[in-house]
Design a protein around this ligand. Sequence first.
Ligand SMILES: Cc1ncc(COP(=O)(O)O)c(C=O)c1O
Length: 392
Amino acid sequence: MDIFEKCLNFNTAKEAMARGIYPYFKALEESEGTEATCDGKKLIMCGSNNYLGLTTHPKVREAACQAVVRYGTSCSGSRFLNGTLALHEQLEEELADWVGKESAITFTTGVLTNMGTISSLVGRGDIVILDKEDHASIVDGAVLSSGKVERFRHADLGHLERVLKSLPEESGKLMVVDGLFSMEGDLAALPDLVPLAKKYGVRLMVDDAHGMGVTGGGHGTAAHFGVTDDVDIIMSTFSKAFASLGGFIAGDEDVVHYIKHHARALIFSASIPPANAAAALAALHIMQEEPERIVRVNEIASMMRTRYQEMGFNTGDSVTPVIPIIIGDNELTFKTWKVLFENGVFVNPVISPAVSPGRQLLRTSYMATHTDEQLEQVLDVFYKSGKQLGLI
Ligand SMILES: Cc1ncc(COP(=O)(O)O)c(C=O)c1O
């Protein structure tokens, strides 16, 4: 059998393209934070993870440019060998401080952070316990490990406890959850997860890719709930509020030291390029210097959520700047996306398997730099589109 046969027979995306409702891999001709141009059309960007609007901040741009001037465009090697700059170490020290942990280590992307961390910690005979809505890279890290993978229904503490009770006491155990769930914008119930983890001898890792810079005054979801000391490993990425590319974990010195020497995704992948490390560091400084951005993005989120709900949209359990508009059907999700796009609003359609069947949604997300005028325009387009398609 030709291994390419599946490629020749893969028609789902082509059919959607032919019908003009294919929404993925859209090339942006311009992208300046809250506005983007696509197919020659100006759009208000409500589909970005640039929560604090820092990708265009003059100090972040300048830091990235200066790093290229000073260090060149690539580290041309991994952290383990020739790819460690003093800049990486400064970034790690400041990040550990920011999240309230002893030590931190950066990886080249968030995906690699999860893959490297989980697969290096969870060995033969160990067990990794995941929420069913965890990010794909957490699942991939677990699958890549030599341990056993257990999953519990999203945010279902009763189910989680049944799973934990069934596990052998002698096994090493790691539970990994998103802090801020990336599709529906709800927060992990860390105040409930912490005591359960302690009761069953489970270490807890929180992927705060979307929470860092946004929740807990920017210090993340563990800080939001006041449980930083009880979360063993805090993970995040630079591709969201940090306006860059890369990822990190923070935790006890010994644990970080072990991961540094065992995570294949770290040891065998080139380190974060200088411009990205410098941009992430500059973004961290701006979080400290301009906390009003963190306040603003959260204020925008509560205003938008209330207005969507008043119109009759279902925003699920979102309590953050990620606000889903739950549609519940693939076809209707694509159609709504198209109407919004044609009327100048960029959002992300999310269908199963990225979300469970029945939870198909338009993922909207907000930036501290959105203007009130832009937001009113978005709400107006949503209202008219929702009426046109019978959603509200
Ligand atoms: C929860 C979560 N973890 C990890 C990642 C991966 O991060 P990156 O895009 O920086 O590789 C993402 C990215 O979407 C994410 O949403």
